[in-house]
Design a protein around this ligand. Sequence first.
Ligand code: ADP
Ligand code: MG
Length: 366
Amino acid sequence: MAEITLKSLAHTYLAEPMGPEDYAIREMDHVWQQGGAYALLGPSGCGKSTLLNIISGLLQPSSGEVQFDGCNVNALPPEERNIAQVFQFPVVYDTMSVYDNLAFPLRNVKTPESRVHERVMEVADVLELTAQLKRKARNLTADEKQKVSMGRGLVREDVTAILFDEPLTVIDPQLKWKLRRKLKEIHRRFNITMVYVTHDQLEASTFADKIAVMYQGQVVQFGTPRELFERPSHTFVGYFIGSPGMNFLDVALRGEAVLAGDVSLPVSGALRDAIAGARSSNVKLGIRPEFIEVHADPVAGSVMADVEDAQDLGTYRILSLRLGEHVLKARVEEGRVVPRRTAHLRFPDNRLGLYVDDFRVEIGHE
Ligand code: ADP
Ligand code: MG
Protein backbone atom coordinates (compact mmCIF):
# COMPACT_ATOMS: atom_id res chain seq x y z
CA MET A 1 0.00 0.00 0.00
CA ALA A 2 1.28 3.44 -0.74
CA GLU A 3 0.62 7.07 -1.31
CA ILE A 4 0.81 7.89 -5.01
CA THR A 5 2.34 11.22 -5.95
CA LEU A 6 2.41 12.69 -9.43
CA LYS A 7 5.12 15.30 -9.69
CA SER A 8 5.34 17.78 -12.57
CA LEU A 9 3.79 15.06 -14.68
CA ALA A 10 3.11 15.68 -18.37
CA HIS A 11 2.43 13.49 -21.34
CA THR A 12 2.12 13.94 -25.07
CA TYR A 13 1.57 11.28 -27.69
CA LEU A 14 3.21 13.51 -30.30
CA ALA A 15 6.87 13.48 -31.21
CA GLU A 16 7.00 17.25 -31.61
CA PRO A 17 4.38 18.94 -29.46
CA MET A 18 3.82 22.60 -30.40
CA GLY A 19 1.89 23.81 -27.36
CA PRO A 20 -0.21 22.83 -24.32
CA GLU A 21 -3.04 21.61 -26.58
CA ASP A 22 -0.74 18.85 -27.87
CA TYR A 23 -0.51 17.36 -24.38
CA ALA A 24 -2.88 14.60 -23.21
CA ILE A 25 -1.64 15.41 -19.68
CA ARG A 26 -0.68 19.04 -19.09
CA GLU A 27 1.93 19.53 -16.41
CA MET A 28 0.35 18.68 -13.09
CA ASP A 29 0.99 17.72 -9.48
CA HIS A 30 -1.33 15.47 -7.59
CA VAL A 31 -1.39 13.18 -4.55
CA TRP A 32 -3.61 10.15 -4.02
CA GLN A 33 -3.39 9.35 -0.35
CA GLN A 34 -3.06 5.83 0.98
CA GLY A 35 -6.43 4.21 1.55
CA GLY A 36 -8.60 6.81 -0.19
CA ALA A 37 -11.62 6.06 -2.36
CA TYR A 38 -11.21 8.43 -5.27
CA ALA A 39 -12.97 9.16 -8.51
CA LEU A 40 -11.33 10.65 -11.55
CA LEU A 41 -14.15 12.39 -13.38
CA GLY A 42 -14.08 14.09 -16.75
CA PRO A 43 -15.44 14.02 -20.30
CA SER A 44 -14.22 11.61 -22.94
CA GLY A 45 -10.75 12.49 -24.21
CA CYS A 46 -9.64 14.60 -21.23
CA GLY A 47 -6.78 12.22 -20.36
CA LYS A 48 -8.20 9.89 -17.70
CA SER A 49 -6.97 6.62 -19.22
CA THR A 50 -3.63 8.19 -20.06
CA LEU A 51 -3.20 9.14 -16.40
CA LEU A 52 -4.10 5.67 -15.12
CA ASN A 53 -1.78 4.00 -17.60
CA ILE A 54 1.06 6.22 -16.44
CA ILE A 55 0.40 5.29 -12.80
CA SER A 56 0.29 1.57 -13.56
CA GLY A 57 3.38 1.80 -15.76
CA LEU A 58 1.75 0.78 -19.05
CA LEU A 59 2.82 4.18 -20.34
CA GLN A 60 6.00 6.18 -19.73
CA PRO A 61 5.27 9.90 -19.13
CA SER A 62 6.98 12.45 -21.38
CA SER A 63 8.19 14.25 -18.27
CA GLY A 64 7.78 14.28 -14.52
CA GLU A 65 7.66 11.56 -11.90
CA VAL A 66 5.37 8.94 -10.47
CA GLN A 67 6.24 8.25 -6.83
CA PHE A 68 5.00 5.54 -4.50
CA ASP A 69 5.59 6.58 -0.89
CA GLY A 70 8.06 9.19 -2.08
CA CYS A 71 10.12 6.82 -4.27
CA ASN A 72 10.35 7.41 -7.98
CA VAL A 73 8.93 4.36 -9.78
CA ASN A 74 9.26 5.65 -13.35
CA ALA A 75 11.76 2.92 -14.18
CA LEU A 76 9.67 0.09 -12.72
CA PRO A 77 7.75 -2.08 -15.22
CA PRO A 78 4.00 -2.59 -14.52
CA GLU A 79 4.45 -6.04 -12.95
CA GLU A 80 6.76 -4.61 -10.31
CA ARG A 81 4.44 -1.78 -9.34
CA ASN A 82 1.85 -3.97 -7.64
CA ILE A 83 -1.01 -2.06 -9.17
CA ALA A 84 -4.19 -3.83 -10.17
CA GLN A 85 -5.96 -2.27 -13.12
CA VAL A 86 -9.48 -3.06 -14.28
CA PHE A 87 -10.36 -1.92 -17.78
CA GLN A 88 -13.55 -0.92 -19.53
CA PHE A 89 -13.80 -4.26 -21.28
CA PRO A 90 -13.24 -7.59 -19.53
CA VAL A 91 -9.81 -9.16 -19.55
CA VAL A 92 -10.30 -12.86 -18.83
CA TYR A 93 -8.77 -16.12 -20.00
CA ASP A 94 -11.62 -17.70 -21.94
CA THR A 95 -10.37 -21.28 -21.67
CA MET A 96 -9.89 -21.15 -17.90
CA SER A 97 -12.59 -21.64 -15.32
CA VAL A 98 -13.80 -18.66 -13.31
CA TYR A 99 -11.95 -20.11 -10.33
CA ASP A 100 -8.65 -20.30 -12.19
CA ASN A 101 -9.14 -16.81 -13.61
CA LEU A 102 -9.52 -15.43 -10.10
CA ALA A 103 -6.65 -17.53 -8.78
CA PHE A 104 -4.31 -16.48 -11.58
CA PRO A 105 -2.95 -13.20 -10.14
CA LEU A 106 -2.26 -14.95 -6.82
CA ARG A 107 -0.59 -18.03 -8.31
CA ASN A 108 1.44 -15.65 -10.42
CA VAL A 109 3.07 -14.27 -7.26
CA LYS A 110 3.44 -17.78 -5.80
CA THR A 111 0.77 -17.55 -3.13
CA PRO A 112 0.27 -20.82 -1.21
CA GLU A 113 -2.69 -22.75 -2.65
CA SER A 114 -4.59 -22.75 0.65
CA ARG A 115 -4.52 -18.96 0.72
CA VAL A 116 -5.42 -18.82 -2.96
CA HIS A 117 -8.51 -20.84 -2.16
CA GLU A 118 -9.52 -18.57 0.72
CA ARG A 119 -9.15 -15.41 -1.32
CA VAL A 120 -10.91 -16.76 -4.41
CA MET A 121 -13.86 -17.86 -2.29
CA GLU A 122 -13.97 -14.52 -0.51
CA VAL A 123 -13.89 -12.44 -3.69
CA ALA A 124 -16.33 -14.76 -5.48
CA ASP A 125 -18.69 -14.32 -2.56
CA VAL A 126 -18.52 -10.53 -2.65
CA LEU A 127 -19.05 -10.44 -6.41
CA GLU A 128 -21.70 -13.16 -6.34
CA LEU A 129 -19.73 -15.46 -8.59
CA THR A 130 -19.68 -18.51 -6.32
CA ALA A 131 -22.17 -20.44 -8.46
CA GLN A 132 -20.08 -19.79 -11.57
CA LEU A 133 -16.67 -20.82 -10.23
CA LYS A 134 -16.48 -24.06 -12.21
CA ARG A 135 -17.68 -22.61 -15.49
CA LYS A 136 -15.32 -21.72 -18.30
CA ALA A 137 -15.03 -17.97 -18.71
CA ARG A 138 -15.97 -18.21 -22.38
CA ASN A 139 -19.49 -19.32 -21.43
CA LEU A 140 -20.19 -16.28 -19.28
CA THR A 141 -22.31 -13.25 -20.14
CA ALA A 142 -20.57 -9.88 -20.65
CA ASP A 143 -21.64 -8.83 -17.15
CA GLU A 144 -20.23 -11.95 -15.56
CA LYS A 145 -16.98 -11.63 -17.48
CA GLN A 146 -16.55 -8.09 -16.22
CA LYS A 147 -17.21 -9.27 -12.68
CA VAL A 148 -14.45 -11.84 -13.12
CA SER A 149 -12.22 -9.12 -14.50
CA MET A 150 -12.90 -6.98 -11.45
CA GLY A 151 -12.36 -9.96 -9.18
CA ARG A 152 -8.93 -10.46 -10.70
CA GLY A 153 -8.13 -6.91 -9.68
CA LEU A 154 -9.49 -7.34 -6.17
CA VAL A 155 -8.05 -10.72 -5.31
CA ARG A 156 -4.49 -9.73 -4.48
CA GLU A 157 -3.80 -8.40 -1.01
CA ASP A 158 -0.37 -6.97 -1.71
CA VAL A 159 -1.44 -4.29 -4.17
CA THR A 160 -0.54 -0.63 -3.81
CA ALA A 161 -3.75 0.51 -5.43
CA ILE A 162 -6.56 -0.63 -7.65
CA LEU A 163 -7.30 1.48 -10.70
CA PHE A 164 -10.69 1.11 -12.36
CA ASP A 165 -11.03 2.55 -15.85
CA GLU A 166 -14.78 2.96 -16.47
CA PRO A 167 -15.30 -0.66 -15.39
CA LEU A 168 -19.08 -0.65 -15.41
CA THR A 169 -19.61 0.52 -19.00
CA VAL A 170 -20.65 -2.94 -20.22
CA ILE A 171 -22.71 -3.75 -17.13
CA ASP A 172 -26.49 -3.38 -17.17
CA PRO A 173 -27.85 -0.48 -15.07
CA GLN A 174 -29.43 -2.62 -12.37
CA LEU A 175 -26.24 -4.52 -11.66
CA LYS A 176 -24.17 -1.36 -11.99
CA TRP A 177 -25.73 0.01 -8.86
CA LYS A 178 -25.04 -3.15 -6.95
CA LEU A 179 -21.44 -3.44 -8.08
CA ARG A 180 -20.67 0.14 -7.16
CA ARG A 181 -21.91 -0.56 -3.66
CA LYS A 182 -19.81 -3.73 -3.58
CA LEU A 183 -16.72 -1.77 -4.52
CA LYS A 184 -17.33 0.63 -1.67
CA GLU A 185 -17.80 -2.27 0.67
CA ILE A 186 -14.55 -3.83 -0.54
CA HIS A 187 -12.81 -0.51 -0.07
CA ARG A 188 -14.02 -0.27 3.51
CA ARG A 189 -13.03 -3.84 4.24
CA PHE A 190 -9.55 -3.84 2.74
CA ASN A 191 -8.52 -0.19 2.99
CA ILE A 192 -6.83 -0.18 -0.41
CA THR A 193 -6.34 3.03 -2.38
CA MET A 194 -8.86 2.99 -5.21
CA VAL A 195 -9.05 5.33 -8.17
CA TYR A 196 -12.25 4.96 -10.13
CA VAL A 197 -12.44 6.60 -13.55
CA THR A 198 -15.80 7.67 -14.88
CA HIS A 199 -17.46 10.35 -16.98
CA ASP A 200 -20.63 10.10 -14.88
CA GLN A 201 -20.95 12.51 -11.94
CA LEU A 202 -23.47 10.33 -10.15
CA GLU A 203 -21.19 7.32 -10.38
CA ALA A 204 -18.29 9.42 -9.11
CA SER A 205 -20.13 10.82 -6.12
CA THR A 206 -21.65 7.52 -5.05
CA PHE A 207 -18.28 5.80 -5.07
CA ALA A 208 -15.77 8.39 -3.97
CA ASP A 209 -15.00 10.38 -0.84
CA LYS A 210 -13.06 12.78 -3.01
CA ILE A 211 -13.33 13.51 -6.71
CA ALA A 212 -10.62 14.77 -9.05
CA VAL A 213 -12.28 16.60 -11.93
CA MET A 214 -10.19 16.45 -15.05
CA TYR A 215 -10.48 18.81 -17.99
CA GLN A 216 -8.14 19.19 -20.95
CA GLY A 217 -5.37 17.12 -19.42
CA GLN A 218 -5.43 18.75 -15.99
CA VAL A 219 -7.03 18.11 -12.64
CA VAL A 220 -8.94 21.38 -12.23
CA GLN A 221 -10.41 20.51 -8.83
CA PHE A 222 -9.89 17.85 -6.19
CA GLY A 223 -12.58 17.90 -3.55
CA THR A 224 -15.57 16.29 -1.92
CA PRO A 225 -18.81 16.11 -3.93
CA ARG A 226 -20.09 18.91 -1.72
CA GLU A 227 -17.09 21.16 -2.40
CA LEU A 228 -17.46 20.60 -6.13
CA PHE A 229 -21.07 21.60 -5.86
CA GLU A 230 -20.75 24.58 -3.56
CA ARG A 231 -17.43 26.05 -4.65
CA PRO A 232 -16.42 24.93 -8.12
CA SER A 233 -12.86 26.15 -8.60
CA HIS A 234 -13.16 26.25 -12.39
CA THR A 235 -16.07 27.13 -14.68
CA PHE A 236 -15.81 23.65 -16.18
CA VAL A 237 -16.54 22.06 -12.80
CA GLY A 238 -19.52 24.41 -12.50
CA TYR A 239 -20.93 23.29 -15.86
CA PHE A 240 -20.09 19.63 -15.47
CA ILE A 241 -21.32 19.03 -11.94
CA GLY A 242 -24.99 19.56 -11.18
CA SER A 243 -28.08 19.31 -13.32
CA PRO A 244 -28.53 21.78 -14.81
CA GLY A 245 -25.01 23.13 -14.33
CA MET A 246 -23.95 26.44 -12.85
CA ASN A 247 -25.07 29.69 -14.52
CA PHE A 248 -22.35 32.05 -15.68
CA LEU A 249 -22.75 35.73 -16.50
CA ASP A 250 -20.07 37.66 -18.36
CA VAL A 251 -19.60 40.84 -16.41
CA ALA A 252 -17.76 44.14 -16.75
CA LEU A 253 -17.46 47.24 -14.65
CA ARG A 254 -18.83 50.57 -15.88
CA GLY A 255 -18.26 53.30 -13.34
CA GLU A 256 -19.69 51.98 -10.09
CA ALA A 257 -21.99 49.50 -11.81
CA VAL A 258 -21.37 45.81 -12.47
CA LEU A 259 -22.94 45.04 -15.82
CA ALA A 260 -24.02 41.74 -17.31
CA GLY A 261 -24.66 42.91 -20.86
CA ASP A 262 -26.95 45.90 -20.37
CA VAL A 263 -28.22 44.77 -16.99
CA SER A 264 -26.81 46.34 -13.86
CA LEU A 265 -26.37 43.77 -11.08
CA PRO A 266 -26.73 44.72 -7.44
CA VAL A 267 -23.64 43.08 -5.93
CA SER A 268 -21.63 43.68 -2.77
CA GLY A 269 -18.82 46.23 -2.59
CA ALA A 270 -16.30 43.45 -1.95
CA LEU A 271 -17.34 41.66 -5.12
CA ARG A 272 -17.26 44.88 -7.17
CA ASP A 273 -13.75 45.59 -5.87
CA ALA A 274 -12.65 42.08 -6.79
CA ILE A 275 -14.02 42.54 -10.33
CA ALA A 276 -12.22 45.87 -10.57
CA GLY A 277 -9.00 44.11 -9.57
CA ALA A 278 -9.23 41.38 -12.23
CA ARG A 279 -6.33 41.41 -14.68
CA SER A 280 -8.34 40.03 -17.54
CA SER A 281 -11.47 40.90 -19.45
CA ASN A 282 -12.66 37.31 -19.12
CA VAL A 283 -14.66 37.84 -15.92
CA LYS A 284 -17.71 35.80 -15.03
CA LEU A 285 -20.07 35.50 -12.12
CA GLY A 286 -21.32 32.02 -11.38
CA ILE A 287 -24.36 30.93 -9.45
CA ARG A 288 -26.03 27.54 -9.14
CA PRO A 289 -29.70 27.19 -10.20
CA GLU A 290 -30.42 26.01 -6.65
CA PHE A 291 -29.16 29.26 -5.13
CA ILE A 292 -30.99 31.87 -7.21
CA GLU A 293 -33.89 33.33 -5.23
CA VAL A 294 -36.97 33.75 -7.40
CA HIS A 295 -39.60 36.24 -6.21
CA ALA A 296 -42.90 37.33 -7.73
CA ASP A 297 -42.43 40.90 -6.49
CA PRO A 298 -39.37 43.11 -6.20
CA VAL A 299 -37.25 42.66 -3.06
CA ALA A 300 -34.19 44.58 -1.87
CA GLY A 301 -31.30 43.90 -4.23
CA SER A 302 -33.39 42.06 -6.80
CA VAL A 303 -33.15 42.32 -10.56
CA MET A 304 -35.95 41.76 -13.04
CA ALA A 305 -36.00 38.88 -15.53
CA ASP A 306 -38.46 37.44 -18.04
CA VAL A 307 -39.70 33.92 -17.42
CA GLU A 308 -39.20 32.11 -20.74
CA ASP A 309 -39.96 28.60 -19.69
CA ALA A 310 -40.88 26.50 -16.67
CA GLN A 311 -40.12 22.82 -16.75
CA ASP A 312 -42.05 20.75 -14.23
CA LEU A 313 -39.91 17.95 -12.85
CA GLY A 314 -42.24 16.68 -10.17
CA THR A 315 -40.87 17.89 -6.87
CA TYR A 316 -39.30 21.01 -8.39
CA ARG A 317 -39.31 23.21 -11.46
CA ILE A 318 -36.49 24.52 -13.59
CA LEU A 319 -37.17 28.03 -14.82
CA SER A 320 -35.46 29.62 -17.80
CA LEU A 321 -35.04 33.30 -17.05
CA ARG A 322 -33.93 35.93 -19.51
CA LEU A 323 -31.69 38.60 -18.07
CA GLY A 324 -30.64 40.80 -20.99
CA GLU A 325 -28.39 38.70 -23.19
CA HIS A 326 -28.15 35.82 -20.69
CA VAL A 327 -30.59 33.02 -19.98
CA LEU A 328 -30.33 31.67 -16.45
CA LYS A 329 -31.69 28.46 -15.02
CA ALA A 330 -33.21 28.53 -11.56
CA ARG A 331 -34.54 25.68 -9.49
CA VAL A 332 -37.77 26.31 -7.61
CA GLU A 333 -38.94 23.72 -5.09
CA GLU A 334 -42.46 22.32 -5.08
CA GLY A 335 -44.99 24.53 -3.29
CA ARG A 336 -43.15 27.79 -3.99
CA VAL A 337 -44.74 30.46 -6.13
CA VAL A 338 -43.61 30.42 -9.74
CA PRO A 339 -43.95 33.83 -11.38
CA ARG A 340 -45.66 33.60 -14.76
CA ARG A 341 -44.08 36.36 -16.86
CA THR A 342 -41.76 38.48 -14.81
CA ALA A 343 -39.57 37.32 -11.96
CA HIS A 344 -37.43 39.25 -9.52
CA LEU A 345 -34.15 37.51 -8.88
CA ARG A 346 -31.80 37.84 -5.98
CA PHE A 347 -28.30 36.41 -5.95
CA PRO A 348 -27.16 35.91 -2.35
CA ASP A 349 -23.60 37.30 -1.97
CA ASN A 350 -22.19 34.13 -0.46
CA ARG A 351 -23.55 32.04 -3.34
CA LEU A 352 -21.98 34.10 -6.11
CA GLY A 353 -18.61 32.94 -7.38
CA LEU A 354 -16.18 35.16 -9.26
CA TYR A 355 -14.29 33.53 -12.13
CA VAL A 356 -11.37 35.23 -13.84
CA ASP A 357 -10.02 33.39 -16.88
CA ASP A 358 -12.29 30.55 -15.75
CA PHE A 359 -10.64 30.04 -12.36
CA ARG A 360 -12.44 30.97 -9.15
CA VAL A 361 -11.15 34.00 -7.28
CA GLU A 362 -11.80 34.18 -3.55
CA ILE A 363 -13.58 37.28 -2.36
CA GLY A 364 -13.31 39.06 0.99
CA HIS A 365 -16.80 38.34 2.28
CA GLU A 366 -16.39 34.56 2.02
P1 ADP B 1 -10.08 9.61 -21.66
O1 ADP B 1 -9.68 8.30 -21.05
O2 ADP B 1 -10.33 10.69 -20.65
O3 ADP B 1 -11.23 9.47 -22.61
P2 ADP B 1 -7.52 9.41 -23.05
O4 ADP B 1 -6.50 9.39 -21.98
O5 ADP B 1 -7.88 8.12 -23.67
O6 ADP B 1 -8.84 10.17 -22.50
O7 ADP B 1 -7.07 10.40 -24.20
C1 ADP B 1 -6.57 11.69 -23.97
C2 ADP B 1 -6.11 12.29 -25.29
O8 ADP B 1 -5.01 11.57 -25.80
C3 ADP B 1 -7.17 12.26 -26.38
O9 ADP B 1 -7.06 13.43 -27.14
C4 ADP B 1 -6.81 11.04 -27.19
O10 ADP B 1 -7.21 11.19 -28.53
C5 ADP B 1 -5.29 11.02 -27.07
N1 ADP B 1 -4.76 9.64 -27.12
C6 ADP B 1 -5.09 8.63 -26.28
N2 ADP B 1 -4.39 7.51 -26.57
C7 ADP B 1 -3.59 7.82 -27.61
C8 ADP B 1 -2.61 7.09 -28.37
N3 ADP B 1 -2.31 5.84 -28.10
N4 ADP B 1 -1.99 7.75 -29.38
C9 ADP B 1 -2.28 9.05 -29.64
N5 ADP B 1 -3.18 9.79 -28.99
C10 ADP B 1 -3.84 9.19 -27.97
MG1 MG C 1 -10.58 6.38 -21.23
